[in-house]
Design a protein. Structure first.
Length: 189
């Protein structure tokens, strides 16, 4: 699938553009990015494009032909036994956060079955019918389980092409009923 955005210059694109209304319409739909994809959007909505992206064609490739990038991989073996190793790992994490914004940890002790179960639970949640997910869509940061698209949707210069959910587990665990049925078990309920 290739999605192409308009290649107009920022002044031409922005002259009659009401970003606030487009953001509100997107947020009020409670369908998220997956809702746009499911609806068959052919162009990336402008709320997802920063000024630099509007200047050029933007292409998204879902096939394997796009350039491959190496995600920083950090081995945490020995982090609790050796203070020198701990400092080294902390420096690697800091560097990955500053330069990449994310990284992969290995040898952390979390069983693969737990990680795979969590990924499966997340996938099941996001693949549910939109009407089911809407009951969890919120910008209320006091809720124990929240689903939305971009926590900073109204503040960021461009929205990120993603949907997110988060679950607050501490200091008090949520009630079972506050969690989506499809991922209660994997979240420990």
């Amino acid at each position: 699938m290739v999605v192409t955005a308009c290649a107009q210059s920022p002044p031409a694109v922005m002259s009659n553009y009401d970003r606030k209304s487009e953001l509100k319409a997107f947020d009020d739909s409670k369908a998220g990015v997956k809702g746009l994809v499911d609806a068959g959007v052919a162009t990336i909505p402008r709320i997802f494009l920063g000024h630099d992206q509007i200047k050029h064609d933007v292409k998204l490739h879902s096939s394997g032909d796009s350039q491959q990038y190496g995600i920083p991989v950090i081995d945490v073996t020995g982090i609790h036994e050796d203070p020198g190793r701990r400092a080294y790992i902390a420096d690697k994490v800091r560097n990955a956060c500053e330069k990449w914004g994310f990284f992969q940890l290995i040898n952390h002790g979390v069983p693969a079955s737990v990680m795979n179960g969590m990924i499966d639970g997340v996938r099941r949640f996001h693949e549910q019918d939109t009407e089911v997910k809407k009951q969890f869509y919120s910008r209320d940061v006091t809720r124990r389980f929240t689903y939305n698209s971009n926590f900073d949707l109204y503040q960021a210069p461009a929205a990120s092409w993603r949907d997110t959910f988060y679950c607050v587990m501490a200091p008090h665990r949520p009630d079972r009923e506050e969690l989506p049925a499809v991922c209660r078990y994997v979240l420990g309920f």
